[in-house]
Write a protein that binds this ligand. Structure first.
Ligand SMILES: [Mg+2]
Ligand SMILES: [Zn+2]
Length: 174
Protein backbone atom coordinates (compact mmCIF):
# COMPACT_ATOMS: atom_id res chain seq x y z
CA UNK A 1 0.00 0.00 0.00
CA UNK A 2 1.24 3.45 -0.87
CA UNK A 3 1.91 6.07 1.68
CA UNK A 4 1.88 9.73 0.94
CA UNK A 5 3.38 13.02 1.98
CA UNK A 6 1.24 16.08 1.41
CA UNK A 7 3.32 19.00 0.21
CA UNK A 8 2.64 22.68 0.09
CA UNK A 9 4.26 24.06 -3.06
CA UNK A 10 5.41 27.65 -2.67
CA UNK A 11 8.14 27.94 -0.07
CA UNK A 12 8.47 24.15 0.14
CA UNK A 13 9.32 22.92 -3.37
CA UNK A 14 9.78 26.21 -5.20
CA UNK A 15 10.83 29.61 -4.02
CA UNK A 16 7.90 31.69 -2.83
CA UNK A 17 8.42 34.85 -4.83
CA UNK A 18 4.96 36.20 -3.94
CA UNK A 19 2.39 34.55 -6.21
CA UNK A 20 4.94 32.79 -8.42
CA UNK A 21 3.29 31.96 -11.74
CA UNK A 22 5.45 33.26 -14.60
CA UNK A 23 8.26 31.11 -16.00
CA UNK A 24 10.75 33.68 -14.72
CA UNK A 25 9.33 33.25 -11.20
CA UNK A 26 10.17 29.56 -11.21
CA UNK A 27 13.01 28.48 -8.96
CA UNK A 28 13.21 24.96 -7.59
CA UNK A 29 14.48 25.13 -4.03
CA UNK A 30 17.91 23.57 -3.58
CA UNK A 31 17.87 20.03 -2.26
CA UNK A 32 14.30 19.33 -3.34
CA UNK A 33 15.09 16.45 -5.69
CA UNK A 34 17.39 14.75 -3.19
CA UNK A 35 14.91 15.13 -0.34
CA UNK A 36 11.99 13.78 -2.35
CA UNK A 37 14.21 11.04 -3.76
CA UNK A 38 15.04 9.81 -0.28
CA UNK A 39 11.36 9.75 0.63
CA UNK A 40 10.48 8.01 -2.63
CA UNK A 41 13.06 5.33 -1.91
CA UNK A 42 11.32 4.78 1.42
CA UNK A 43 8.02 4.20 -0.38
CA UNK A 44 6.41 7.61 -0.22
CA UNK A 45 4.36 9.19 -2.98
CA UNK A 46 3.70 12.91 -3.21
CA UNK A 47 0.64 15.08 -3.48
CA UNK A 48 0.71 18.86 -3.67
CA UNK A 49 -1.92 20.89 -1.83
CA UNK A 50 -1.53 24.57 -2.64
CA UNK A 51 -3.44 27.79 -2.09
CA UNK A 52 -3.41 29.75 -5.36
CA UNK A 53 -5.48 32.79 -4.49
CA UNK A 54 -3.58 34.69 -7.16
CA UNK A 55 -6.12 33.14 -9.52
CA UNK A 56 -9.09 34.46 -7.55
CA UNK A 57 -7.38 37.81 -7.18
CA UNK A 58 -7.01 38.00 -10.95
CA UNK A 59 -3.20 38.00 -10.98
CA UNK A 60 -3.01 34.96 -13.27
CA UNK A 61 -5.26 32.27 -14.67
CA UNK A 62 -5.54 28.50 -14.50
CA UNK A 63 -3.49 28.08 -17.66
CA UNK A 64 -0.59 30.04 -16.17
CA UNK A 65 -0.85 27.95 -13.02
CA UNK A 66 -0.71 24.74 -15.04
CA UNK A 67 2.24 25.95 -17.11
CA UNK A 68 4.12 26.75 -13.92
CA UNK A 69 3.28 23.31 -12.55
CA UNK A 70 4.70 21.76 -15.68
CA UNK A 71 8.05 23.47 -15.09
CA UNK A 72 8.12 21.86 -11.67
CA UNK A 73 7.04 18.46 -12.98
CA UNK A 74 9.69 18.52 -15.69
CA UNK A 75 12.43 19.36 -13.23
CA UNK A 76 11.34 16.69 -10.78
CA UNK A 77 10.98 14.10 -13.53
CA UNK A 78 14.63 14.65 -14.43
CA UNK A 79 15.40 13.55 -10.91
CA UNK A 80 13.07 10.57 -11.15
CA UNK A 81 10.38 12.17 -9.00
CA UNK A 82 6.70 12.07 -9.87
CA UNK A 83 3.96 14.11 -8.25
CA UNK A 84 0.93 11.84 -8.04
CA UNK A 85 -1.54 14.69 -7.91
CA UNK A 86 -2.01 18.40 -7.31
CA UNK A 87 -4.96 19.98 -5.56
CA UNK A 88 -5.17 23.74 -5.57
CA UNK A 89 -7.51 26.36 -4.19
CA UNK A 90 -8.02 29.09 -6.80
CA UNK A 91 -10.40 31.14 -4.68
CA UNK A 92 -10.11 34.61 -3.25
CA UNK A 93 -9.44 34.52 0.50
CA UNK A 94 -12.74 36.25 1.13
CA UNK A 95 -14.72 33.77 -0.94
CA UNK A 96 -15.31 31.61 2.11
CA UNK A 97 -14.47 28.42 0.24
CA UNK A 98 -13.89 25.13 2.05
CA UNK A 99 -10.57 24.47 0.32
CA UNK A 100 -8.30 27.40 1.14
CA UNK A 101 -5.89 26.29 3.83
CA UNK A 102 -6.22 26.43 6.85
CA UNK A 103 -9.48 24.79 5.82
CA UNK A 104 -8.98 21.05 5.22
CA UNK A 105 -10.81 20.83 1.87
CA UNK A 106 -7.76 20.28 -0.33
CA UNK A 107 -6.57 17.51 1.94
CA UNK A 108 -9.97 15.85 1.72
CA UNK A 109 -9.81 16.10 -2.08
CA UNK A 110 -6.45 14.34 -1.98
CA UNK A 111 -7.78 11.72 0.41
CA UNK A 112 -10.75 10.97 -1.78
CA UNK A 113 -8.76 10.85 -5.02
CA UNK A 114 -6.01 8.55 -3.76
CA UNK A 115 -7.54 6.76 -0.80
CA UNK A 116 -5.06 8.41 1.51
CA UNK A 117 -5.30 7.51 5.18
CA UNK A 118 -4.88 11.02 6.54
CA UNK A 119 -4.39 9.78 10.08
CA UNK A 120 -1.18 8.10 8.87
CA UNK A 121 -0.08 11.01 6.71
CA UNK A 122 2.24 13.96 7.24
CA UNK A 123 2.05 17.37 5.65
CA UNK A 124 5.00 19.66 4.99
CA UNK A 125 4.32 23.38 4.72
CA UNK A 126 5.88 26.73 5.39
CA UNK A 127 3.00 28.58 7.02
CA UNK A 128 0.83 27.89 10.02
CA UNK A 129 -2.17 27.80 7.69
CA UNK A 130 -0.63 24.67 6.18
CA UNK A 131 -0.05 22.96 9.47
CA UNK A 132 -3.47 24.11 10.72
CA UNK A 133 -5.07 22.49 7.67
CA UNK A 134 -3.25 19.26 8.50
CA UNK A 135 -4.59 19.38 12.04
CA UNK A 136 -8.10 20.18 10.84
CA UNK A 137 -7.98 17.19 8.48
CA UNK A 138 -6.75 14.84 11.18
CA UNK A 139 -3.33 14.21 9.72
CA UNK A 140 -0.75 12.28 11.67
CA UNK A 141 1.41 15.36 11.91
CA UNK A 142 2.74 18.43 10.20
CA UNK A 143 6.18 19.85 9.60
CA UNK A 144 6.71 23.59 9.35
CA UNK A 145 9.71 24.68 7.31
CA UNK A 146 10.83 27.75 9.18
CA UNK A 147 14.14 28.39 10.82
CA UNK A 148 12.49 30.54 13.44
CA UNK A 149 9.21 32.16 14.29
CA UNK A 150 6.42 32.00 16.81
CA UNK A 151 5.95 29.19 19.24
CA UNK A 152 4.40 26.28 17.44
CA UNK A 153 1.26 24.44 18.34
CA UNK A 154 1.90 21.09 19.91
CA UNK A 155 2.44 18.27 17.41
CA UNK A 156 3.87 20.60 14.76
CA UNK A 157 7.52 19.88 14.05
CA UNK A 158 9.87 22.61 12.94
CA UNK A 159 12.55 21.80 10.35
CA UNK A 160 14.99 24.10 8.60
CA UNK A 161 14.29 22.84 5.10
CA UNK A 162 12.86 19.98 3.06
CA UNK A 163 16.00 17.89 3.52
CA UNK A 164 15.61 18.09 7.28
CA UNK A 165 11.92 17.30 6.99
CA UNK A 166 12.68 14.22 4.91
CA UNK A 167 15.26 13.11 7.44
CA UNK A 168 12.71 13.54 10.21
CA UNK A 169 10.14 11.38 8.43
CA UNK A 170 12.71 8.73 7.53
CA UNK A 171 13.83 8.55 11.15
CA UNK A 172 10.26 7.62 12.12
CA UNK A 173 10.80 4.34 10.25
CA UNK A 174 13.98 3.49 12.09
MG1 LIG B 1 3.79 28.00 1.08
ZN1 LIG C 1 -10.84 27.36 -2.32
Amino acid sequence: MSRYVLLDRDGVLVEDTDYPHRPEDYRLLPGTVDALGALKDAGYRFVIVTNQSGIGRGYYDEAAFQRFQQLLFDDLAQGGIEIAGTFHCPHHPEAGCPCRKPEPGLLYQARDAFGIALEDTWLIGDHLRDTDAAKAAGCRGAILLAAEGPDLPQDVVRCDDLAAAAAYLLALDA
